[in-house]
Design a protein around this ligand. Sequence first.
Ligand code: NDP
Length: 329
Amino acid sequence: MSYQASDTRYNTMRYSRSGRSGVKLPLISLGLWHNFGGVDTLSNSREMILKAFDLGITHFDLANNYGPPPGSAEESFGSVMAKDLRPYRDQLFISTKAGWGMWPGPYGDWGSRKYLIASLDQSLKRMGLDYVDLLYHHRPDPETPLEETMSALDQIVRQGKALYVGISSYDAERTASASKILKQLGTPCLIHQPSYSMLNRSIEEKLLDVLEAEGIGCIAFCPLAQGLLTSKYLNGIPEGSRAAKPWGFLKADRITEDVIAKVGKLNDIASGRGQSLAQMSLAWVLRDERVTSALIGASKVSQIEENAAALERLDFAPEELSAIDEALA
Ligand code: NDP
């Protein structure tokens, strides 16, 4: 059946400016790390992408290696682009990344110009796109000079293959250095993609201050800690969940009694707010205005609907925030 985007798609989603750029991103974005690969059911992946767009989620986040197998999430996305989303290309903000191992030998990993340029060319082919809106360097490379990696990003923008550039998982110091180089080159860093959730608050120490000072946005990955910050693991590991899948990155040994005790307390606080724990976890990440967007994953359409409805209650009373801090202590 041919797809027609919902007429109401821009009615409820909210959009926030990424740092001091011209770009606004939806408060909830969708990432294709899990559940969009060759091992997954394409019809379900397609339905999730289209439901997200119907809810005003204009930003889709990919990487060269998402799958499994690596590259297949970009292929799945490419098939939805070709079949359904082509007429809406200018309403979409599509990102991909390079930085983790993608092909054998010395040129398929890390941060050289050789790798980044070849990788983006491959990504564009897999997705059937002329350009991506955003290319990230996916992780810091301790050996390649930062100047080389940043100037490769700048070159890619000048080639018209990406409109903006970003970095992921860089610490505060390296972020400040990368930002200075990119500004000198005339291609400012649009956004940083760090891990951020109630269970991982390390960016609060320094990184968020650097991003604010440099005018860089922040899109929080794993805001639900891969599903731990929902009610799904409160009574064991459900069949079909990420922790139950052999290729899932959420390993069962992370679901400890201590974590589940905390999650149980958080779940009670969320109920008191009239929200699911997934919704409160997203609202919590978005409570800091320096966070541009919460980058969720999903395995079902219903999760995307539930998560987008987090926007119905984003405010927190001071007592709620202290109760959350106590639950996490
Ligand atoms: P989340 O923390 O949002 O976890 C998503 C998982 O949580 C889903 O797959 C689903 O798991 C479960 N879930 C989601 N919503 C609900 C709900 N309402 N109720 C119950 N369970 C729910 O994010 P991800 O770990 O998926 O990461 C999101 C994105 O961040 C990635 O797709 C990627 O784009 C990006 N990312 C970037 C990284 C980087 O290095 N830059 C690293 C990791 C992620 P289940 O399958 O069990 O149903």
